[in-house]
Design a protein around this ligand. Sequence first.
Ligand code: AKB
Length: 316
Amino acid sequence: MEKILVIGCAGQIGTELTLELRRIYGESNVFASDIKCACKEVAESGPFEILDVLDKQKLFDSVSKNKITQIYHLAAVLSGNAEKNPLVSWDINMRSLMNVLELAKEQKLSKIFWPSSIAVFGPTTPRENTPQYTIMEPNTVYGISKLAGERWMEYFFNKFGVDTRSLRYPGLISYKTEAGGGTTDYAVDIYFEALKNNKYECFLSSETALPMMFMEDAIKATIDLMEADASKLSLRSSYNVAGISFNPREIAAEIQKHLPTFEMTYKPDFRQAIADSWPKSIDDSVAKKDWGLTCKYDMEKMTEVMLSEIKKKLML
Ligand code: AKB
């Protein structure tokens, strides 16, 4: 039986991924960790510990003590926050990954998942239907760290036989835990603000299209990739995954179908330049071919679920 460690279980992805992994593999087989407290549901539904992934010794000790066989390493400083503190963010993003890769090599773990991002692409990348293999010249600290991380993932697979697996996540949209510090966060904030205040001031311009994905699809894709037969995987850097593409004007119009008086205004900030350097849409044909990626949610279906779940959460 696999013993799984989730690093970053209090974050937007970590919260939902931990709960789903526990549902599939059994609560006691999924260890959750973060540098901060996780929500009650995560902290109480299975083993949880406060752990700083930068503390290599403590990480190594915890993995051997708990006989961990797989790691999902999700802790990272996202694109918007990373620009505010470039060197610290680079250090956190890279050193945490190197600790996990070294650990996987030394303790012969069976598999490692680490997320990459659409941020690996840059202003010179073709922006429509961005291919798996293309020009990659990211100009954000976060994007540079993700591209370097992809190279290290592939390197550890080729040189040391570590079974590395990764997805280039688009913006992820969820209601359980709010996003924090990213450029695509507007597409989460908008739903909360629509229900709380019936208005939203967007930090990106109305026509800024970006690839996004509903969390349920992202979690399924992550676990499907981890479950895929190793012989099917042609890539050990990271797979493009597309989801749905829309701009702020389109998502506002979708929300207005449910809340007709909802008002959207636009005040682009420093994150506009980041968004302008990223793809508008993604070609994920390699992921579909290799391990059968599927996505269920379009913008309409996602909006229905987001509004009804956040309504319950806010007790409206
Ligand atoms: C961000 O906006 O920084 C993240 C991402 C696309 O990786 N959501």
